[in-house]
Design a protein around this ligand. Structure first.
Ligand SMILES: [Zn+2]
Length: 222
């Protein structure tokens, strides 16, 4: 038995085995995850990231539509975080030209921890969640970095049918260790009391609630 790295449930079971690794399934949050014994050594993983195809163009488009959506809801400059995959400096400048600031954090290539002490209007995680070895820890971190009312846009391929897993090419990349279903994000959003605005194909959009609805009477502070 393996403890689920997302929701910590022990209700997990082996689900799929191939020559390289065993995949487990969590019955509570519906995450599928690779056995930790099969994870690549960190150096091999970083090497693969370096040689991986750049996803600059699609990431840029993904961010641009996220910002457009935020602009429709919030007046003024936005502070965003691009987490886990770096965008080129020209694209960052283009966002600046729109009047916004985008910080970038990557654990391997831009590990600036001071950026993880701020709060953001939006967070972008483009093709990142599938690489999380400790998705529960990462999810909690990301939730804590959002301002009330802030949005998190996640791009990761969702598994639509369990029985389709053996033929799912997405699982063949050994740096992909966590696999999500729509139900996984329904579970996460309800646990965090976030609004799940969208979870289909490979886009997930959640919003942090603006508050408990209880406002303090200013006179009580006197
Ligand atoms: Zn779980």
């Amino acid at each position: 038995m393996r403890r689920c790295p997302l929701c910590t449930s022990e209700e997990t079971a082996p689900f799929y085995q191939d020559r390289k690794r065993c995949i487990y399934r969590c019955k509570r949050c519906m995450l599928l995850f690779a056995d930790a014994n099969s994870h690549l050594p960190p150096s091999a993983e970083v090497k693969r990231y370096r040689s991986a195809n750049s996803k600059d163009k699609p990431l840029q488009q993904f961010l641009s539509s996220l910002i457009t959506q935020c602009e429709q809801q919030v007046q003024g400059p936005l502070l965003g975080l691009n987490f886990g995959r770096l965008l080129n400096p020209q694209a960052i400048d283009a966002i600046k030209a729109r009047g916004h600031q985008l910080n970038q954090y990557d654990p391997h290539f831009a590990p600036d921890h001071t950026l993880l002490r701020l709060e953001y209007d939006f967070i972008c995680c483009y093709r990142v969640f599938e690489h999380f070895r400790f998705p529960g820890k990462e999810w909690q971190l990301l939730c804590s970095l959002l301002k009330p009312g802030g949005w998190m846009a996640i791009s990761t391929q969702l598994l639509t049918e369990l029985q389709g897993f053996p033929k799912w090419h997405h699982k063949n990349n050994l740096t992909h260790v966590s696999f999500y279903q729509q139900a996984t994000f329904q579970y996460l959003a309800s646990q965090a009391e976030f609004r799940l605005l969208f979870a289909s194909k490979d886009l997930i959009l959640v919003q942090k609630p603006t508050g408990s609805g209880i406002t303090r009477d200013p006179s009580s502070l006197i």
